[in-house]
Design a protein around this ligand. Structure first.
Ligand code: CTP
Ligand code: ZN
Length: 157
């Protein structure tokens, strides 16, 4: 490691767990909230906000020791941080590394914000959205066709 890189290293490496990297600057707290870490958690969590990055101008990073994420959690992260990289760390080494992927349809994660939508009528119909646009994020309800932008989606997560 060159001395330049050492100066950039802001949070320590972890022994075991998950690193969520390349989160848009300012979105780390939203990532913690979709993982319910803001509601209490017994894992050690490190958070880097507004870290200088080569790829993005600034980024956030979240490292969760001894926790591995489920598909449903990765789908939620993709709605907040579509370019996030997930590194699974075992014994200090990168065991697996991949990008999150925004699914083509988002099922059962957020509710439709149209109160007249069938998914809000008490019928057993799970909310479902098609991803109309990835950047900027736009989801369309498959039942009432209401479009929701990034701000609305994030406020419902
Ligand atoms: N990491 C960690 N603990 C380890 C190993 C890696 O916290 N034991 C973190 C690194 O700090 C980095 C991420 O896992 O945030 C990915 O590691 P690596 O691929 O080595 O970093 P970069 O090459 O900088 O990744 P990228 O090119 O994706 O930015
Ligand atoms: Zn709807």
């Amino acid at each position: 490691m060159s001395s330049g890189e050492e100066k950039l290293l802001k949070i320590s490496k972890i022994k075991e767990g998950t690193v969520i990297d390349h989160i848009p600057a300012g979105k780390a707290l939203k990532v913690l909230s979709v993982l319910r870490i803001d509601r209490g958690c017994n894992h050690t969590v490190s958070i880097g906000i507004n870290i200088k990055s080569k790829k993005l101008n600034h980024k956030d990073v979240v490292k969760i020791e001894s926790r591995f994420l489920e598909k449903n959690e990765l789908d939620k992260i993709s709605l907040v941080a579509p370019d996030a990289t997930i590194s699974i760390i075992r014994d200090y080494e990168i065991y697996e590394k991949f990008r999150v992927e925004l699914p083509d349809s988002v099922v059962g994660i957020i509710n439709c914000n149209n109160q007249n939508c069938i998914t809000n009528s008490g019928e057993p119909v799970p909310p479902e959205f098609k991803v109309k646009s990835k950047k900027p994020l736009v989801l369309t309800c498959v039942y009432c066709e209401r479009n929701m932008g990034e701000g609305e989606v994030h406020s419902l997560l």
